[in-house]
Design a protein around this ligand. Sequence first.
Ligand code: HEM
Length: 193
Amino acid sequence: MEGIYGAVMEEIWRYTGLSPTAFFTIAGMMVVVYRIVTGMFVDPEDFNQPPVAATINTVDPISKSNFVNKYFNSTGAARGSSVQMGDMTEEQLREYGGSDPNKPLLIAIRAQIYDVSSSRNFYGPGGPYAMFAGREVSRALALLSFKPQDINGNLEGLGPDELGILQDWEEKFIEKYDKVGRLVTELRMNSDE
Ligand code: HEM
């Protein structure tokens, strides 16, 4: 194994003149850019739907166009009209990770839960940030990391720069999305229903 690994690294160096770390960083960035760009394209069928501004505030789900269903969200929750979810555990939050298209897409930052259904193109299945849906993502955002082991709410060991990055993200989410609940470690017995 060791020999194969070394040989591969040497080939990368020989062909690209890049260190293996630089090579994989660039390759990773190319994947992210590719997924974002391809995610921007719309079905021709959707493109012929009425303009979003005319339909975004529509409450009646039947009158919504396909475009709005796809790019705003399946529950009809435009900014300001998300359904409040109340307290949720991490396990419950996982149910809102995009596998059920009829449920809103939720993300937690610093234990505040946001409805990000309007950005299904980012967080829905196949989106570049799908791994964040249904999760507490504070650590990942602070570290600008996609590693599975960083996708959680543990702030331990983060420095001031990283906490600053997290705060910028939090401000962006507060401005862009509805807060629909709080992440709790355990539901209080009498708060059920
Ligand atoms: C090569 C690296 C990256 C590129 C080119 C890139 C590019 C982009 C672009 C173009 C957007 C859309 C911005 C908008 O329209 O509002 C975006 C959104 C986003 N990016 Fe990245 N990104 C990169 C790396 C990262 C990393 C490392 C993270 C965190 C771990 C991250 C997290 C996000 C999130 C959470 C959003 C969505 C924010 C929202 O909900 O509005 N990105 N990115």
